[in-house]
Design a protein around this ligand. Structure first.
Ligand SMILES: C[S@@+](CC[C@H](N)C(=O)[O-])C[C@H]1O[C@@H](n2cnc3c(N)ncnc32)[C@H](O)[C@@H]1O
Length: 477
């Protein structure tokens, strides 16, 4: 009865998986709508997948806007995968973030009785990011209007882009010259690096993920939210000292004193993650510092640091509140990055063991403890999939009263969750940037009745996006 390419009219009533909108057609058939619809809109959508119980479609035309719809300010809205929610009022974004966490805990985790607290808002809705990662590709993403142009009408080359991967086609990138989530230095650096790379296209070709040849891979910029220190990190396949010196001079003249360090990371990896195997420092100390609640943190090019400084302070305060630390407590801070949670908690407990995979982060964490005169934190470099460490390190350090765990988006490896169950501390505080992973790992923690989830607090670290952070407290039964 339905056909592919058929256009149907539907009112959006909810958000579905993977940021798709959801509605029901007159006969009750469920339909997912991909693209820039909003809850409360009535839209026309084009069907492209037909399943027995539901349809999947693409947003085609807005018929009646939701009362929560606003005009997005970014010219790349709808193309770029970053700010998917710029067309929604902020109060609506917060409502949907809360609902996402609540729904995941209920439907994936089976936590039917837990009511999450309302999502804590962010004070800055734009320009809040302290890190941006732009990609180079030799396949520029063309808009529909550009596809229709004659070759001589194009004002940009087809084989050069520095910006964000197009969500609909990951191999291509949208060439952007401005991002509203970035502070202004980042946009200045982006355009200075683009101009330099276009001028030196022959000597510095773009790395191709198809042939695995070429040089330019990523541009990563970082700014200390509370210090203003600013880093430019160009990731390439090899180091060209002469050209990097020229780029360094151009960055200095574009940014003046605001540029505090410039590094060139090189990698031979075939994947596109902006992570260097070797680093060349061309200007400044090779790292920036940022401050959180009186603590100063050293952040190197490859180290993890929360990307919204103002909200990181709020998040860490919530983690402390959730952990309810006592002065005698032994704490483990798993997936500790540069040790920021450890330091934040160090004045509230007896001692902390931070565990982290990335060597430069562990070095930064140790350096951070030293520079803040914190003596009760130790950091070890370990892959948390490796459960053998428990016996040795626990014996040496002492069993924990509280474990704080803050894994990447994919959540914890099942072996690591089993390890938590084996260690069985009285309290586990799970910090998560992905409600589905939190719900899945939370369910595994609770399934044998050893733990219960007692509280969950969503926090907005990333306004205009569909991402939400949560702090969940599990207590041993
Ligand atoms: C979400 S970040 C949390 C960082 C830190 N808690 C903070 O607030 O700054 C996740 C961290 O987990 C680390 N990581 C990823 N996989 C890991 C693994 N298998 N074992 C240990 N650490 C890992 C990453 O390098 C990253 O620093």
């Amino acid at each position: 009865m339905y056909t592919k390419k058929q256009i149907v009219e539907v009112e959006i009533i909810d958000l579905g998986e993977k940021n798709q909108c959801f509605g029901r057609l007159d006969d009750g058939m469920g339909i997912f709508v991909q693209g820039t619809a909003a809850v409360g809109d009535t839209v026309r959508a084009e069907i492209f997948k037909i399943k027995k119980n539901y349809l999947v479609s693409r947003f085609h035309e807005l018929i009646k806007p939701s009362p929560h719809r606003i005009n997005p300010i970014c010219r790349y809205f709808g193309l770029c995968g970053g700010c998917k929610w710029q067309h929604m009022e902020y109060t609506e974004q917060l409502r949907l973030k809360h609902k996402q966490v609540q729904d995941a805990l209920k439907h994936i985790g089976g936590f039917h009785d837990l009511e999450c607290d309302p999502c804590i808002p962010a004070p800055e809705l734009f320009g809040y990011r302290n890190k941006m990662d732009f990609s180079f590709t030799d396949l520029r993403y063309l808009t529909t209007a550009e596809i229709d142009m004659e070759p001589n009408e194009h004002d940009k080359p087809f084989d050069f882009a520095l910006g964000f991967h197009a969500p609909s086609c990951y191999a291509k990138a949208i060439d952007i010259d401005h991002c509203d989530l970035s502070p202004k230095e980042m946009n200045i650096a982006l355009n200075a690096v683009r101009a330099f790379c276009l001028r030196h296209k022959e000597e510095l070709p773009i790395y191709s993920t198809r042939s695995h040849t070429g040089e330019l891979r990523n541009l990563v910029v970082r700014k200390g939210g509370n210090t203003g220190e600013f880093m430019v990190n160009l990731v390439t396949s090899t180091h060209n000292p002469k050209l990097m010196k020229v780029l360094c001079d151009e960055l200095k003249s574009a940014l003046g004193d605001r540029l505090t360090t410039f590094v060139n990371n090189i990698t031979s990896a075939k994947h596109t993650v902006a992570f260097g195997e070797k680093e060349f420092v061309l200007h400044g100390p090779g790292y920036i510092t940022d401050r959180l609640d009186g603590y100063t943190y050293r952040i190197s090019a490859n180290s993890f640091f929360q990307t919204n400084t103002t909200q990181a302070e709020k998040l860490y305060t919530l983690i402390l509140k959730s952990a309810q630390l006592k002065p005698t407590d032994v704490v483990y801070d798993l997936f500790c990055g540069t040790g920021s949670i450890s330091l934040f908690a160090s004045g509230h407990c007896q001692k902390i063991l931070g565990v982290e995979l990335v060597e430069s982060s562990v070095c930064d964490a140790r350096e951070n403890a030293k520079r803040n005169n914190v003596e009760n934190c130790e950091f070890i470099q370990l892959d948390l999939k490796d459960i053998k460490w428990i016996e040795n390190d626990m014996r040496e350090f002492g069993a924990p009263d509280v474990i704080i765990t803050d894994p990447p988006r994919a959540g914890m490896n099942p072996k690591a969750v089993k390890m938590l169950l084996k260690i069985a501390p009285p309290t586990i505080v799970y910090v998560s940037c992905n409600p589905a992973s939190l719900a899945r790992d939370g369910q595994m923690l609770c399934e044998e009745g050893k733990y219960k989830l007692v509280h969950c607090q969503p926090v907005d670290m990333f306004p205009q996006t569909n991402h939400v952070e949560s702090v969940a407290r599990f207590e041993r039964v």
